[in-house]
Design a protein around this ligand. Sequence first.
Ligand SMILES: [Zn+2]
Length: 183
Amino acid sequence: MGTKHMNYCMTCGTKLELKTLKGEGEIPYCEQCAEFKFPIFSTACSMIVMNPEQSKILLIKQYGMDDYILVAGYISKGEDAETTALREIREELGVDSASLRFNRTHYYGPSNTLMINFRVILDSEEIHPNEEIDSYQWFTLEEAREHVRPDSLARDFLEGMLDGEYHFHDEKYGRKGDRYTDD
Ligand SMILES: [Zn+2]
């Protein structure tokens, strides 16, 4: 698995050539624009939502799917990741105040997304989910580990947090929903 580079300029469509940039190594360069073209990817946040005692984890079901997942959302341009995390908690769970702890990040190839994971501690177990959430449940830490969707990045984040040791199973995430192309 090598580093993914764009082959053509996103601005003018010219074929990119690798050119040495001091301190950065070989970076795709557009002769037409006379600019280095750094990789473009999405950034998103996912949240391990916990009760005040941090003894339970909230998992949700969405989009008619059967699996439990973490609350998550894409970062809008101009937002800090922390802002996105709290916005998603407000919009999806109807909760205005929560404390945020940075957890871990991981790049997710199938959707060309850098995922930023937080632990979010609520003031109460009472939530007011919006219509985007089909159902939700509070699980004990060990139950959450078993119930979060298998072979998902969410599961790796959650297990990593519980174990204090991260193992990302990139080969298991699959290629479903692949949005980036090589040509
Ligand atoms: Zn160009």
